[in-house]
Design a protein around this ligand. Structure first.
Ligand code: GAR
Length: 195
């Protein structure tokens, strides 16, 4: 499908560094996309302030209000369809999605993860990389598949792990790369979707 611009939704749960970065990228004149909706599952998420302050259409869909994942995903689906969304970017969205939801959005939902997938799926990646004594780490943007942190890789960025690194210094170095990787991956998706 090719409309004037691709209608994007961003899912997030927390600080919203990637949310802010993606919003800026989408708003750039040369990017054929519009940010139509941001969905957050946590009322305390700092990213919600950014949405309010910048007039980004957003919905708080608090997962604790729902009895199970299917109900929560159904509420997201209603909001996404009402906004006529074409592409979803998960950006620090810390909820597992049901296979039904993921399959509905097959190849139209992407995620950023703070590791060099397939290594270090799951949580606390920076700590685990340090504990394992790795000397490389990084981030991955990938198409989402039903299995957690699985799916074809769009962009990967690598960083060196210094012996003096702490979880915080390493997280900051990886985040610098996340801010480069996600716009690159989004551009790949846009050119693919827009044929
Ligand atoms: C980012 O580092 C992102 O890669 C990670 O959460 C952080 C969100 O930060 N995502 C995951 O761990 C997903 N499995 P942000 O809200 O400041 O962008």
């Amino acid at each position: 499908m090719t409309t004037a611009s691709t209608r994007i939704a961003i899912l997030f749960s927390g600080t919203g560094t990637n949310l802010r970065n993606l919003a800026a990228h989408i708003n750039a004149a040369h990017v054929p996309a519009t940010l139509e909706l941001a969905i957050c599952n946590r009322p305390e998420a700092k990213g919600l302030d950014f949405c309010r302050d910048n007039n980004i259409p957003h919905e708080l869909i608090n997962h604790t209000d729902y009895s199970d994942r299917a109900d929560f995903d159904a509420a997201m689906q209603t909001a996404l369809q009402a906004a006529d969304i074409e592409l979803i970017c998960a950006a620090g969205f810390m909820r597992l999605l049901t296979p039904e939801f993921v399959n509905y959005w097959q190849d139209r939902i992407i995620n950023i993860h703070p590791s060099l997938l397939p290594a270090y799926k799951g949580l606390h990646t920076h700590r685990r990389v340090l504990e394992a004594g790795e000397n490389t780490h990084g981030c991955t943007v990938h198409l989402i598949r039903p299995e957690m942190d699985e799916g074809p890789i769009l962009v990967q960025k690598q960083v060196y792990v210094f012996p003096t690194d702490t979880e915080d210094t390493l997280a900051a170095r990886v985040m610098e790369q996340e801010l480069i990787a996600y716009p690159e991956a989004l551009d790949i998706m846009l050119s693919r979707l827009r044929g």
